[in-house]
Design a protein around this ligand. Sequence first.
Ligand SMILES: [Fe+2]
Length: 277
Amino acid sequence: MDHTPTERGRPSRKAVLRAAVAASVAAPVLLMGVPALARTARSNGVEPELTPECDDGDDPTPPQTEGPYFKPNSPLRTSLVEPGTVGTRLTVSGYVFGRACLPLGGVLLDFWQADDNGAYDNTGFRFRGHQFTDAGGKFTLSTIVPGLYPGRTRHIHVKLQAPGRPVLTTQLYFPGEPRNNTDPIFDARLLMAVRDVGGGGGKEASFDFVLDVPQTPGPGPDPTPTPTPTAKAWAVGTAYRAGDRVTHGGRTYACLIGHTAIRGWEPSTTPALWRAV
Ligand SMILES: [Fe+2]
């Protein structure tokens, strides 16, 4: 959404977000002597990709169909990996925010997905589990990359519920999947950022949810605004990463999927690659 000049004069909501996360999550990590802000600073020191889901705090995560395979009463657990589990190990982590991009603690997340062969366990609870965000709004799920099944691209189902609030049912997607282009349910706004880890073939994914929960942003412990990434003019031949911002035709766009720009993929005509902000 476009910002008014008045809004630009205040610390951005992302600044509030980062300050809140830094205060509530990163500080204890820092004290433990391990890399702080592991989610927002990579080992090579390069600024991370921005999280488009909470860049201005007023675009809640879109809902998606529940599909036919949800089962209530999943076990409380953060790992869906069991002895003998087959599949590419995957860790999904992120934060749950409210409308002001402040983290929400105690949010229920109930995940369910297909196994490595694309099958759901409809008699037991394999690859089903629920958990709650910690006080800093963070969640972590240990699982495997779900297999494909007919008619759908690769995805993970999840229901979220902040205390006393309505349930959000949605799905998470993987970038670079060929079926993303043909699955009518697929929504690029629900793409996770996924990367390979180590040499063992495992993957790490991240996604931040924004729930329609009213919040009043406070001044935050860090009054220094986080610099907004400079939006340069979109240019053919440029390699863009998810989160990059460009200007094109008088508008600013955020990159949803990393790609190299070619003519015909202008931000104004490729909603799968660019989202107007
Ligand atoms: Fe499914």
